[in-house]
Structures are given as structure tokens and as C-alpha cells.
Design a protein around this ligand. Structure first.
Ligand SMILES: NC(=O)c1ccc[n+]([C@@H]2O[C@H](COP(=O)([O-])OP(=O)(O)OC[C@H]3O[C@@H](n4cnc5c(N)ncnc54)[C@H](OP(=O)(O)O)[C@@H]3O)[C@@H](O)[C@H]2O)c1
Length: 429
């Protein structure tokens, strides 16, 4: 029988343990299907004393991650520790010693991707990272390989399951943001400290990776314009529904006149758009390309099993390439492409505000929109007297013009409070 390819797995938490179990359960299936036998040579953890639901031979588990990278018995390194260090140094060391690496680490790739891709290129080995964005959904490989010849215009995704679960609960159960977040925490969808999810940092890291791969550009997490979902109210969600929209947290990467725009923010998605149907903790990515048209990939964006499935696909790829002495599709050099500032982006906007309910108020507010060249598509009044709320939907307007409008409207005596300002999907440039 052909010699096995031996994996050194760094990390045995949610993803690492699920990967070990999957390799155990599917070993024969993998060998039959792809002709390569995979073995778990070493598994690295932080705390050797911790109870683990994995079946490993004595001596496989170690708390010396560097020794795994250096071990001549390890052919491929899988990094599922997370965070920047020691993951970054371990991956660089593995690549430098000629070992292919598989990682699920979005934080690392979103900040140090270019350095790692260059190290892989220099060493002539694979660096695969399918699981780093949208967990179990094949996205990196379709973008890198299937769509390698496509002129991609825009990638728009729901890439954070926690926020999608919260927004779905608010829309379908009428829950408040706080109650929906508490429920997500109870179900294990949200961390005890949910900041990375609800403030959009997690989605921004994924947006940076998506933009890098879709456009072959150096985009880091700091380039991503970011807003979270903490300001969204059930009133916004029901107003959106009445207007024919659902509110989603979107990660958007697009190319415009040779520049890359990349942003994360809540948006109103038309009910007949495929992304509107993505409910609960599911993720989906909607891709628009010149020849391929519109394409959507949907599935489980997190969780040990789905993420381990994506890691395993990469591991098999790396093992096959190692056996055949080849490499998978490489990224080559990521170009330094200018980032398009958010101010220059144009969208339709939804604006809700509380205003005095008396004659002339509407005209006063509308004239401020007009001063900044923001034209109003529709206006609704909800409630009366002290409860009066005005909802505007604009035509296409530049972010800078909209920001200036909001700034001035907020200062009007007749305006008590600006509620939400949301971008509307469908009317972009
Ligand atoms: N969980 C998901 O749904 C998901 C989805 C997509 C991507 N990812 C990515 O997958 C990666 C792993 O996530 P996870 O949820 O599996 O994390 P996790 O449950 O926190 O597991 C991390 C593992 O790394 C080990 N570790 C920590 N420091 C170490 C060190 N210095 N040397 C060796 N091992 C060390 C830990 O050891 P101990 O067990 O001893 O503490 C633990 O086994 C992250 O990059 C994450 O972003 C996760």
C-alpha cells in the first residue's frame, strides 16, 4: 500500500477535535476516493491535562507545537489554534521547511495574509485556507480556481452566523436585539463577549480575505469600513419588511475603476434577493461576475464539523499535491491595489427619524436632503403626535452627501432623534 501522508495538527479544540474524528471516521472512504492515506502523526494543544473527546494513540498529543512543525514524520501542518501568535510563526516555520500548510485562521490571514502567501510562494508549497471564510462553505477554492478566469465585479456575503441568527430572531419572533443576543449565547452561537460578531469585526476579517482572493489584491482587515448591528431595532426590521426588505449584516467587496471597495454593514436586502432567504445561523455568499452572472453558495459558516470538513478538503488537496510533486492553484503576488474610500461609494439609503408632527416639518427636512443633492424616492409617516416617525428612502446618493445630510438634519429643532441609517441593496452603481 502507498505510504501515508502524515498530518501534524496544531490545535485540538472545536475544529481540531472534529477534524481528528472526521479523519478517523472517513479514513477508508478518503483512501478509496482519492488514493491517498491520511494519518494523524501529532496533535498539538496548550493544556495536556484537558479531557478530549478524541481517540489518539499514546504519544500523539503534545504541548510542544514547534516540535510538530520540525518533526520529520510530519508531512503537512494543519493550523487550527487561531489568533496571530504563535500561529503565524509556526506557519512560517512550516512553509520555510517545505511543508504544506492548511489553516482556518481568518484573523491571521486578514492581517498577515500577504506575508504568508509570499512565504508559501517562495518555498513552492501549498498554503490552503478554505475554512477561514464561511466555515463549511466552499468559497476560497471556487474563487481561486473555478472562477480564476472570471472578471468578478462584486462579492456580497452573510458571513457571520451569530448576527444572522440575531437578525432572523428579531424579524421572525419580534425579539429585541438584547433578547435575541441572549438566545444566541444560550445556544452557543455567540461568545460570552460577543463584540467581534455584533460589531462586525469578524465579518470584516472575512471581507478582507474575500477581497484579497476575489481581486488578487492586498486587502487587510484595517481597510474594511465596518458597522455592526447593535443599533438595529425591531421597528427598523418591521419598517423594512413593509417596504419589501429584510435587514442583513453584509460583507461587500467590489471593484470599481481599478479600486477595491470593501465594507461590512447592516443593509436592507430586497425580499426577492437570494440573500434574503438566508435564515438563522446560515451563511451565504453571492458572487457577480461578467461571464458567470450571479452565483450563490450557502451553508453552515461555523461549527466544528462544517469547519473541519473544509479543513479536511484542503488537507486532502495538499496530500495529493505532495504525492504528485505538484501544487494547487497559487495566489501568486497580491497586488497593491488602491482602496476606494467609503465616502465615494453610492447607495440608496433608508433613514428613520423621530420628528415633530406639525405642518411644514416634512418640507424643512426634505429641503436639507435637497441641499446635499440627495433625492428622496419615498417617505412614510408612522404614528402621530409625539410618536411620529418619518421613514425616508433615497435614490442613489454618495456616502459623503448622505453623511452631510444626516449631520444637518440631526441639528434641526424639529428633529428629536435620528434612528437608523441603512444602505439599501439593489440600487448601487
Ligand atoms: N469554531 C468554529 O466554528 C470556526 C469556524 C471557522 C474558522 N474557525 C477557526 O478555526 C481556528 C480554531 O478554532 P476553534 O474554534 O477550534 O478554537 P478552540 O476551540 O479555541 O481551539 C484552539 C486549540 O488550540 C490549542 N492551542 C492554543 N494555544 C496553543 C499553542 N500555543 N500550541 C498548541 N496548541 C494551542 C488549544 O489547546 P487546549 O485545547 O489545550 O486549550 C485548543 O485545542 C481559529 O482560527 C478559528 O477562527 C473556527
Amino acid at each position: 500500500m502507498e505510504e501515508a501522508v502524515r498530518a501534524g495538527i496544531l490545535g485540538c479544540g472545536n475544529v481540531g477535535a472534529a477534524l481528528v474524528r472526521l479523519l478517523d471516521d472517513n479514513a477508508d472512504l478518503i483512501t478509496r476516493r482519492v488514493g491517498v492515506r491520511l494519518e494523524v502523526a501529532r496533535v498539538g494543544v496548550h493544556n495536556l491535562a484537558k479531557e478530549r473527546d478524541v481517540d489518539l494513540a499514546p504519544g500523539v498529543l503534545t504541548n510542544d507545537a514547534e516540535a510538530i512543525v520540525d518533526d520529520p514524520d510530519v508531512d503537512v501542518v494543519v493550523e487550527v489554534i487561531g489568533g496571530v501568535e504563535p500561529a503565524r510563526s509556526l506557519i512560517l516555520a512550516a512553509l520555510k521547511s517545505g511543508k504544506p500548510v492548511v489553516t482556518a485562521n481568518k484573523e491571521l490571514l486578514a492581517n498577515f495574509g500577504a506575508e504568508l502567501f509570499e512565504a508559501a510562494e517562495a518555498a513552492g508549497v501549498d498554503l490552503l485556507f478554505e475554512a477561514s471564510v464561511a466555515g463549511g462553505i466552499p468559497l476560497m477554492r471556487p474563487l481561486r480556481e473555478s472562477l480564476a478566469g472570471e472578471r468578478i465585479r462584486r462579492v456580497m456575503g452573510i458571513v457571520n452566523g451569530t448576527t444572522n441568527y440575531i437578525l432572523t430572531q428579531m424579524a421572525e419572533e419580534g425579539s429585541s436585539f438584547g433578547d435575541a443576543l441572549a438566545e444566541a449565547q444560550r445556544l452557543g452561537y455567540a461568545e460570552r463577549d460577543p463584540t467581534a460578531d455584533i460589531e462586525g469585526y469578524d465579518a470584516a476579517a472575512k471581507a478582507a480575505i474575500i477581497a484579497s482572493i476575489a481581486f488578487g489584491a492586498r486587502v487587510v482587515a484595517g481597510d474594511v469600513y465596518r458597522e455592526g448591528i447593535t443599533q438595529i431595532t425591531t421597528d427598523d426590521i418591521s419598517a423594512a419588511h413593509e417596504l419589501g426588505y429584510v435587514v442583513k449584516l453584509l460583507a461587500v467587496a467590489e471593484e470599481h475603476d481599478g479600486r477595491i471597495g470593501v465594507r461590512v454593514h447592516p443593509a436592507m436586502v430586497p425580499l426577492d434577493h437570494p440573500l434574503a432567504a438566508v435564515r438563522g445561523s446560515y451563511n451565504a455568499v453571492f458572487i457577480e461576475g461578467d461571464a458567470v452572472g450571479q452565483l450563490m453558495l450557502l451553508g453552515r459558516g461555523a461549527g466544528g464539523g462544517p469547519t473541519a470538513s473544509a479543513v479536511l478538503g484542503d488537507l486532502i488537496d495538499a496530500a495529493k499535491n505532495l504525492r504528485s510533486g505538484s501544487r494547487g492553484a497559487t495566489l501568486g503576488t497580491l497586488h497593491r491595489t488602491p482602496i476606494r474610500p467609503i465616502d465615494e461609494t453610492a447607495s440608496q439609503f433608508y433613514v428613520s427619524l423621530d420628528a415633530a408632527d406639525r405642518p411644514g416639518v416634512l418640507a424643512t427636512i426634505a429641503s436639507v436632503f435637497g441641499t446635499h443633492d440627495v433625492s428622496i424616492q419615498s417617505m412614510q409617516q408612522k404614528g402621530k403626535g409625539d410618536e411620529a416617525r418619518l421613514i425616508f428612502v433615497t435614490h442613489l446618493a454618495r456616502e459623503a452627501a448622505m453623511a452631510a445630510t444626516i449631520h444637518e438634519v440631526r441639528d434641526l429643532d424639529v428633529v428629536e432623534r435620528i434612528g437608523s441609517v441603512l444602505r439599501v441593496v439593489g440600487g448601487e452603481e
